[in-house]
Every structure is written in C-alpha cells, then in structure tokens.
Write a protein that binds this ligand. Structure first.
Ligand code: SF4
Ligand code: SF4
Ligand code: SF4
Length: 252
C-alpha cells in the first residue's frame, strides 16, 4: 500500500475535501492507498509518506517548519489548489496594512501570527507536481493517484480556459456578448465551467504564468476594461487568485 498524507496549511479545506471524497469513491484506489495522516485527525498510522498532498498557503514560520518536515518524510509532494500553488484568496491582503487586517477580522489580533503576504508552497519546499483549482477537481486528483500508483505523474497541459471552451464547442461569451472573461489568462482544468453557463471566467484556477508577461497582461486588461469590466474585477481576480504569481511573471 502507498502511504498518503493530507496536509492542511492556511486554507478552507475545500481542496482536501474534494481529494478525500474522490479517493474514497474510487474502489480501485482504496486497495492501493492508505491514508496515514490527515491534519484534522493527526497521525493515523505512520509518519513516513510516499505522497503528501498539501492544501493552502504558508502564513508563518511554524507552517514553514511543518512543511519542511513533511517534505523530508515524503517521496513525492503535491501542491493542491490555487492557495498552495499561487497563494490563493489569502493574497487579497497583499498591499494592505496587516495589523489593520488582523484587527478587522479577529477579536484578538495580537494572537495572530501571519506574514503580510501568503507564500505558495513552492516558496518553501520542492514541489513535484501541482493541481490548480479553487477547489481542485476530484477527477484531477484521481488521475494523479492512478498515475502515481503505476509509477509516474500526469502530464500538465499548458493551456488556458479558452482551449476548454473550444473543445466543448462553446460560443465565446466575450466575443459574442461582450461579457468580460478572464479565461484567456487563466489556467485550464475546470472544463470551462463558467462560460458553459454564459458567464465570464473570474480566474479561480490562477494566472497562466508560464507564457504571460506584464506587457501581455496589461494589453489584456486594457481589452477587458474596454468591454466595461468593473475595475475591481481584474484586480480582485489577480489579487485573489494569482497576485503572487502576477508579481513574479517573466519580465517583471
Ligand atoms: S484553493 Fe480554494 S478551495 Fe482550495 S483551499 Fe484554497 S480557497 Fe479553499
Ligand atoms: S468565453 Fe472566455 S474562456 Fe471561453 S473562449 Fe471566450 S474568452 Fe476564452
Ligand atoms: S472562474 Fe474560470 S477557472 Fe474558475 S471555474 Fe469559472 S471558468 Fe473555471
């Protein structure tokens, strides 16, 4: 049996729930994997892992140490979800006064130990594979677990949500209806969920960082603004899901 650990950092548990439900619903995987650690349950049967799935961004030095310990005890480490891969919704606090943010959210802000900027998992440890999404799709996790069980990791398709629109034969909501859509700069994987319901994508899978530079991003933002996108839409999408990577895209 392969030993799998589910580690939760700063996150909402949405990705871990997707992963756990997908694993429990796949009979073929239950005979191959044993869940040996789950953050809410603690250590179940082992503290050595074949595979660690990490949800969430890193908020403080305690989490950094914890992540390093899991990395040291695992053969393969996977970042699960937009928080783990790019910082996620916690990135909305970037640029704000962290002390004011803490006072607004918590009754005892002095007890809250967080960096002013969340860190993606890859800022701290080596990441062998990542699955984006907010939350991740259960089938993407099953695909990973099946491939890993036979030795290897899935291929990553470097494409945007637009590619999924095309494959599904959807009419582009931006071209046909002038609806602002973040699909062209957003990582694929959701099956073009929002355009399937005649809605623009708001970027929850995170920014397509591998081939987008600041020049292209600014051109795209100009285009979407001309369609009447509320100014906050782009900012919120970039800050809420990909701002961390936005700051590090090539050329910046
Ligand atoms: S990526 Fe989204 S669903 Fe997953 S932990 Fe973060 S906020 Fe929750
Ligand atoms: S609807 Fe959005 S994601 Fe789909 S093709 Fe148009 S711009 Fe791309
Ligand atoms: S916001 Fe974009 S990436 Fe997220 S589910 Fe909708 S279409 Fe997919």
């Amino acid at each position: 049996m392969l030993r799998v650990a589910f580690l939760k950092l700063t996150s909402c548990s949405g990705c871990l729930n997707q992963a756990l439900v997908a694993l429990l619903a796949s009979e073929d995987l239950l005979s191959k994997y044993e869940v040996v650690y789950f953050t809410e349950l603690g250590t179940i049967s082992s503290d050595n892992y074949d595979l660690v799935l990490v949800e969430g961004s890193v908020s403080n030095t305690k989490q950094e140490r914890e992540l390093e310990e899991f990395r040291a005890r695992s053969k393969t480490l996977v970042a699960l979800g937009t928080c783990a891969v790019q910082g996620g919704v916690q990135s909305l606090r970037i640029g704000e006064d962290i002390e004011e943010v803490k006072k607004t959210v918590y009754p005892f802000p002095e007890k809250i130990d967080v960096y002013s900027e969340p860190k993606p998992v890859s800022d701290i440890v080596k990441v062998d594979f990542f699955i984006q999404g907010c939350p991740v799709k259960g089938e993407a996790v099953v695909n990973l677990l099946r491939k890993y069980a036979i030795g290897g990791l899935p291929l990553i398709l470097p494409e945007s949500v637009c590619s999924e629109c095309k494959r599904k034969g959807l009419t582009c909501v931006m071209v046909s209806q002038g609806i602002p859509c973040m699909g062209p700069i957003t990582v694929s994987g959701c099956g073009a969920l929002c355009p399937s319901f005649q809605r623009g994508c708001y970027g929850c899978y995170g920014l397509r960082t591998w081939d987008i530079n600041v020049f292209k991003l600014e051109k795209f933002i100009d285009k979407v603004n001309k369609l009447g996108a509320p100014g906050s839409m782009i900012q919120t999408a970039l800050r809420g899901y990909g701002y961390k990577s936005f700051k590090y895209v090539k050329g910046r």
